[in-house]
Design a protein around this ligand. Structure first.
Ligand SMILES: Cc1cc2nc3c(=O)[nH]c(=O)nc-3n(C[C@H](O)[C@H](O)[C@H](O)COP(=O)(O)O)c2cc1C
Length: 251
């Protein structure tokens, strides 16, 4: 691998790009409308109400030091379904909205550069009590789960889309985070992409810690076939594409 290529790709990790961006020309500063906080959906789409924070009955109180100390990547799952309340907790922990929506942004349980929150959360559900297998999407604003579609042989298709890594096939569900880059580009232009990647790390870390609380385990997955994963999610691969995954289940 040539040094030039390494240098070129290392550039992505640096914030040098910021000095090259003319921020007066970003869409935000040109007065273009702020993009939607969450991806729009058909109003007649099937939505499942999730259990709200404060209404949880079976989420254990585990102290933070214990959760952090126990955290590890867990790739072997028992075939016991997760409960809707647990899934509600995991979604809240990773993308839940806290507080008011002000000026086109909503503060959440995770930080995000400029509060742009350019990620969407899809769930490939295989084994959650009371929810049929299929692809769903979290709606942070209403704390609901949107039914996207069902997919024959979902387990084997996810495994295939992560280059044969077996754990998503045995998981109760897999989180698949996509980016809608324009949400961040609207504010930061070419300086948007590095911070989207940084944002994804916070989200997944909260998933790891939340899993420790409910007796589940997760494993981050950064190695996947981009085109297969985007096809599986039925996203266009340009304005929205997969960036990160995490399989999880009871341990
Ligand atoms: C960005 C990222 C991508 C990862 N991708 C994968 C993956 O594709 N497959 C996998 O089995 N583990 C993956 N992991 C998990 C790491 O292998 C794991 O975090 C590491 O071995 C340390 O183990 P620990 O998480 O138990 O501390 C990934 C972790 C991160 C943070």
């Amino acid at each position: 691998m040539g040094r030039d290529s390494l240098r070129q790709y290392r550039y992505f990790l640096k914030d040098s790009i910021r000095k090259k961006v003319d921020f007066s020309q970003t869409d935000q500063n040109r007065g273009v409308d702020v993009p939607p906080i969450e991806k729009p959906y058909q109003t007649d789409a099937v939505r499942i109400d999730l259990v709200k924070p404060g209404e949880w009955k079976n989420i254990a109180k585990v102290d933070l030091a214990t959760a952090i100390g126990n955290r590890r990547s867990r790739r072997i799952y028992r075939k016991i379904p997760l409960q809707v309340e647990e899934v509600s907790f995991l979604l809240w922990a990773t993308q839940g909205v806290r507080g008011k929506i002000v000026g086109g942004h909503a503060y959440r349980t995770v930080p995000s550069a400029g509060c742009r929150h350019a990620l969407e959360t899809y769930l490939a559900i295989l084994n959650v009590e009371g929810i049929a297998s299929g692809i769903y999407r979290y709606l942070p604003l209403s704390h609901q789960l949107l039914y996207e579609f069902s997919e024959e042989q979902l387990a084997s298709k996810i495994v295939d889309a992560v280059f044969g890594q077996p754990y998503p096939g045995n998981a109760a569900l897999t989180f698949i985070w996509t980016a809608i880059p324009y949400r961040m580009e609207w504010r930061y232009g070419l300086a948007a992409h590095r911070v989207i990647a940084i944002d994804a790390g916070h989200v997944c870390q909260n998933l790891y810690l939340a899993c420790e609380v409910i007796g589940a385990g997760t494993c981050a997955i950064g190695a996947y076939d981009q085109e297969k994963m985007d096809r599986l999610l039925r996203v266009d691969g340009e304005e929205e594409f997969a960036v990160y995954l995490a399989s999880l289940g009871r341990v």
